[in-house]
Design a protein around this ligand. Structure first.
Ligand code: SAM
Length: 267
């Protein structure tokens, strides 16, 4: 899909950066345009390690899904899933349990265009193009209803997405609406840009100016999304510190502290 008219016909705007395509840039993907690379170049000026940050985020996604699979979770709703990359949620979940069901939800038309073939590669995965700010619509979507049994525990993933929701959009209310619809024993998995450093606050300003979204939050604010649920150890921490596979440095760099994450269980 390289012809400009094809792109427009599919709702893809190449004149402004998109969150999904900019993230694809920092994951060294190929599904992005000059405008997305220009946005990332601006972020690199304030956070030179931004490519590493994307890697930390994908790594915790893998560790988190693996942990949930070990705890018996076999169905996942991955909200704001992004363009397909390596080690997507269904790869990790289905490696642990081939019968795992995964639904990817994203509102970017590129994700649908590229995601259908790659993400929906077996009858246990699906892609929904929809806005995650409408939990009722997502939860009643035909693909979600076909693949996810809302009477059994679900792994609800909001990985690298809530910092794109402003406070006025009531992100905690959105999280709670999803969690209310899934049973005890379900899990909530969040990673989020953290405003704890000046570099992060500078990056937040660029996000707002160039993407129109960006609300980096303090560790306390990010922890607040888990209110009402049982946070698993080690709580909400910088990504490399969350149940690391490898040893971690004693002093973390700015990039290693740029995002925080955690997982909680619904009691
Ligand atoms: N979850 C993946 C990860 O962490 O590797 C991808 C994160 S990417 C930074 C955020 C994704 O959320 C993008 O693909 C973007 O299109 C999507 N997104 C942003 N706002 C959204 C919304 N309101 N509804 C659904 N998806 C949204």
């Amino acid at each position: 899909m390289t012809d400009k008219s094809d792109l427009w016909a599919n709702g893809i705007d190449t004149t402004r950066p998109s969150i999904a395509r900019a993230y694809d840039v920092v994951l060294n993907g190929k599904d992005n345009f000059e405008v997305d690379r220009a946005f990332v170049a601006e972020i690199v000026k304030v956070v030179p390690e931004i490519y590493d940050v994307a890697t930390y985020n994908r790594q915790i996604l893998g560790r988190g899904v693996r942990l949930l699979a070990e705890r018996g979770i076999t169905q996942f709703i991955d909200l704001g899933s992004g363009l397909p990359t390596v080690e997507n949620t269904h790869h990790v979940a289905q490696r642990a349990n081939p019968d795992s069901h995964v639904v990817y939800v994203d509102n970017d038309p590129m994700v649908l265009a590229h995601g259908r073939a790659i993400l929906a590669e077996n009858d246990r995965t699906g892609v929904v193009t929809s806005d995650l700010r409408d939990p009722a619509a997502i939860l009643s979507d035909e693909t979600v209803k076909r693949l996810i049994d809302l009477d059994r525990p679900v792994g609800l993933m909001l990985v690298g997405i809530l910092h794109h929701l402003h406070d006025s959009e009531d992100p905690k209310g959105i999280v709670d609406a999803y969690m209310a619809a899934i049973p005890s024993g379900s899990y909530l998995f969040i990673t989020h840009f953290c405003s704890a450093t000046q570099d992060a606050r500078d990056a937040e300003k660029k996000f707002l100016a160039l993407l129109g979204t960006g609300r980096f939050r303090t560790p306390e604010e990010i922890t607040g999304f888990f209110d009402g649920f049982e946070l698993l150890e080690p709580g909400v921490v910088p990504l490399p510190l969350w149940r690391p596979d490898d040893t971690v440095p004693e002093v973390l760099s700015v990039g290693q502290r740029l995002m925080y994450g955690g997982i909680a269980r619904k009691p």
